[in-house]
Design a protein around this ligand. Sequence first.
Ligand SMILES: [Zn+2]
Length: 275
Amino acid sequence: MQHLELPATDAEDDDVVKTICADPEWSDFRDDWLAAYASYRTSAGNPWSVVPGEFNDDVRLRMYNLYTSKRKSAALSAMRDMQLSSCPMCGSLTTGALDHHLPREEYEEFSILRVNLVPACTHCNSSAKGKTFKGDEPERFIHPYYDAWAGEPLWQVLIEPPYEAATFGAAPLPDLGEERTRLVKFHLENVLSKQFIRSMTTLWSTYPRSLMVGLKAYDGATVTGAITTDRDRAIVGLGCNSWNSAFFRGILANPDAMEHVRKKIEVLFEDKTEA
Ligand SMILES: [Zn+2]
C-alpha cells in the first residue's frame, strides 16, 4: 500500500506491443491488443471495468509466455530492483519481485504491460495470493500507480488480548469512507501472510525492551510520546502503510495495549534499579 509513479508512459507501453506486432506472427492481434491496453488505462487497472481483449487460447498462451521471456529484460529488472522502503502491496519490509496486478493467468494480454507490474515482496508475488484479483463488487486490490490515495495512511494492526500472548489482525482506519474501507479490507485480507503474524508477534514481545532504551521515565505521557516518535520514524523511513507504521498506529489507538507496554517498561525499570 504505497502510491508509486507510473513506470512507463502510454507510448512506451504501446511501443512494446507495436514492436512485437511488426512480426507477422503477431500482426493480426495488434489493434485488439492496443485497445486492451487503452482499456486498462482508462479503467485504471480496475478489474470491474477493464475490457479484456478477445484472443484465442493459443494467442493467450503466447502472451502469457512473453513475460517469461522478457522478465530479465533491462526495463523489468530495473522495476524489480527499485529501491523501496517497503512492499507496495503488503507493507512488509522486503521487495525484490514483480507482481502482476491483474494476474497473467487471467489477463495474459497484460503480462508485460508495465503499468500492470508492481514491485513487491516475494510473498506478494508467490502463489499465496494466487489468482485472486477481485472479490464481491467493488472489492479489488489497491493499485499502487492509479490509486493516489494509497499514499495516505490506510490501516492499523489490531492487537488483541491477552496481551502477554497477544494475537494480531489488521483493520482499515476508521475514517476512510465506505468504498475505500471495503477495498482496504479486501486488500489486507488477501495480502497479509503468516509472516505478518510472526513479525508482529516478535515486534510486540520485544518492543517494551527496545522502547525502554533512552527512556528516563515510564509514566503514560512519556511512553505515549516515545511510541508516537517510533510511529513517525516508521512513517518517514518505511512508509505510512508499512507493517511497522501500522503496528505503532495500532498500539496508539488501543489504550489497553498502551497500558500493557507502559507496565512492562515499569517492571523493566524496577529490575534495572534492583540490579
Ligand atoms: Zn508484499
